[in-house]
Structures are given as structure tokens and as C-alpha cells.
Design a protein around this ligand. Structure first.
Ligand code: RAM
Length: 328
């Protein structure tokens, strides 16, 4: 009897610890695809926000492949579960709008972060940084190591990804004026899938034997490209750069496949997305000019499309990648 009681008490305590049964607010963090270290880091920040808020549970979810169709299924299931809010990094700006509108009609608050949804499909969008600045940064990262200019190719994520497409547009716009001796020869899509990204990187090296740099504005693509350059003994000929998670990419700064890459803090991004979603659940109104607190990260003010941007991207090279690889 006594043993049963102890067991029962133990089970109850374990349940309390495992699932915050007291959580009043359930916020789903829907990512482009699971198994991506960038989103795992964002989830660390999201869980941190939940802990800090106390009565919030963050459900980390997403499809196995980075497609809008698969994300729609995830959203539909979250509507059925009646979560309080969805914070989503979208694989397509438009395809998710009907599902997310259904969510909003049922009182679910919707925030997009990282990769946006069109304004009619969400209440707030949180950019990691200004789009134009990211676009210029990814070209500059290549141009800095090509003083005479040269041929570069872009290896992107999904061809419909809102964020990468916006950055590539901004990069193309910056080239004629700011980087006139950089020649963009091709843009290919690896779908944030390691296998497809590897094939596309190999294809670029085969199609453009004189290629000077591969720019991959995706943490998945940049690792695949650097691995291909390493495997094909092209280190020193083709510089791989773009947006990389230091913990995954350090080996390619160390072996010289890359001179430098950039990124923002993905932990802060996930943390801030949850703070914004929670503010909407608590009744704050999203409107142009409104200012929202994002806890320890500070605050953001919404622009005329209810979007906001966080800090400038940060550059990583041999001088600092060790330090950042320990963090994310
Ligand atoms: C990948 C994803 C994500 C993007 C980063 C830089 O992890 O495509 O959306 O922000 O790269």
C-alpha cells in the first residue's frame, strides 16, 4: 500500500515535470523541416521563452521535408488540437495562407518568423534582420575574397522559400551598383535537404569549372557545398560562403573551404517569436507602429505590413568561429 502511494506520488510528480499540465497557453513553433540544426537552436530559444513566461508550453513541430504542402498538414492538425498560437517559418509565402486564415478564424494567433507568410495569413512577421542588408551581406562575403571580381553561384533552399527568395532578390539588386565585378552565373535550389543540396553543389562545379564562389544562404546548403568542395579537392579555388550555423560549419573554416560566413542568433530568433505569439494571446494588438517587448532581447516596432526586423547579421571567420560554435 505504502509502496503504491509512493509510486502514485512519483508518477504524478513525473507527469507534472514532463508535461506542464498547468500551462494555460500552448504555442506551436512550426519550422520549415525537422532535423535542421538552425531550427533546433531556434527551439532552444523558444523553450527558454516558455520557461521564462511560466504558463506557456512550446510545441516544436514541422514536416520531415521542407514543403508547404507538408506544413499545411501540420497546421491543420494544430487547429484540431486548438493550440493558442502558431509561430511558423514558412516554405511558401502564399500556399499556407488559407490554412493559417482558418486558424485565425478559430481564434488562434499567428506569427511568422524567419521565413514569412503573406500579410493576410499572419498577424506579425519577425525577420531576423533587414532583408536588404542580408542580401548585400551574402554578396559581400564572396566579394571580400575576390578583389579582382569573379563568377559566383547561389545554392538556395526551397525554390518557394520566402526568406531566401527575398534575400536573393536583394542580392541581385545590390550587384550592379555595389559589386560590379561580381558575376552571378546561376541560382539553384537544394530544398534544405542535404542530399539534394549536395547534388546541386556538384552540378554547379561541373557546369562552371571556373566558378570562384558558391554562396549558400541556407545553413543546410552551405554545409553541403563546403563538403563537396572539400571532397573534390577544390579548396582554395572555390570559396564557399553564405549563412551558416557556426557549430555545424566550423570544420570548413578550419579546413579552408570557406573564408567567412554570417548569421544572426537563432536562439534569440526562436525566443522572440514565442514572446510575440504570447503577447498576441494575452490580447496585445498587432498594428503598424505598435511596439512589442521581446523579453531579454529588447523590443520591436511593427512596420506598415506588421513586420519587424531584429539585429544585423554577424560575421564568422577563423578569428571567432570557435567561440560561436560553442553557443549555436
Ligand atoms: C536554413 C533555413 C532557414 C534560414 C537559415 C539561414 O536553416 O532555410 O530558414 O534562415 O538556413
Amino acid at each position: 500500500m505504502k509502496l503504491m502511494k509512493i509510486l502514485a506520488a512519483g508518477t504524478a510528480a513525473a507527469l507534472l515535470l514532463a508535461a506542464p499540465a498547468y500551462a494555460q497557453t500552448r504555442i506551436a513553433l512550426v519550422v520549415k523541416s525537422l532535423g535542421n540544426g538552425f531550427f533546433d537552436a531556434a527551439n532552444r530559444g523558444a523553450q527558454e521563452a516558455a520557461e521564462e513566461l511560466g504558463d506557456v508550453e512550446v510545441i516544436y513541430t514541422g514536416p520531415t521535408a521542407a514543403t508547404a504542402e507538408a506544413q499545411i498538414e501540420v497546421v491543420n492538425s494544430l487547429i484540431a488540437q486548438q493550440v493558442d498560437a502558431i509561430a511558423i517559418s514558412a516554405n511558401d509565402p502564399d500556399a499556407l495562407v488559407p490554412a493559417l486564415q482558418r486558424a485565425m478564424q478559430r481564434g488562434i494567433k499567428v506569427v511568422s518568423f524567419d521565413s514569412g507568410v503573406a500579410p493576410e495569413g499572419r498577424q506579425i512577421h519577425l525577420n531576423p534582420s533587414e532583408t536588404q542588408l542580408i542580401g548585400e551581406t551574402i554578396i559581400k562575403l564572396a566579394a571580400d575574397y575576390l578583389p579582382e571580381g569573379g563568377d559566383v553561384a547561389i545554392l538556395s533552399a526551397a525554390s518557394t522559400a520566402t526568406n531566401q527568395n527575398a534575400w536573393i532578390e536583394a542580392a541581385k539588386a545590390a550587384i550592379p551598383e555595389k559589386f560590379p565585378n561580381i558575376n552571378l552565373v546561376s541560382v539553384v535550389y537544394g530544398d534544405d535537404d542535404s542530399v539534394k543540396s549536395t547534388e546541386e553543389a556538384r552540378g554547379l562545379l561541373a557546369a562552371y569549372p571556373e566558378l570562384d564562389a558558391i554562396i549558400a544562404p541556407t545553413t543546410v546548403g552551405v554545409v553541403a557545398a563546403a563538403q563537396v568542395v572539400t571532397d573534390q579537392d577544390r579548396i582554395g579555388e572555390v570559396n564557399v560562403t553564405g549563412l551558416a550555423l557556426p557549430s555545424e560549419f566550423k570544420q570548413f573554416i578550419d579546413n579552408g573551404a570557406s573564408q567567412a560566413v554570417a548569421l544572426w542568433n537563432p536562439i534569440d530568433l526562436g525566443y522572440s517569436a514565442v514572446m510575440l505569439a504570447n503577447a498576441l494571446v494575452e490580447g496585445e494588438e498587432a498594428a503598424p507602429g505598435a511596439t512589442f517587448s521581446i523579453g531579454r532581447v529588447g523590443e520591436v516596432t511593427l512596420d506598415d505590413t506588421n513586420a519587424a526586423a531584429m539585429a544585423a547579421p554577424f560575421q564568422f571567420d577563423a578569428s571567432n568561429i570557435d567561440e560561436f560554435a560553442e553557443i549555436y
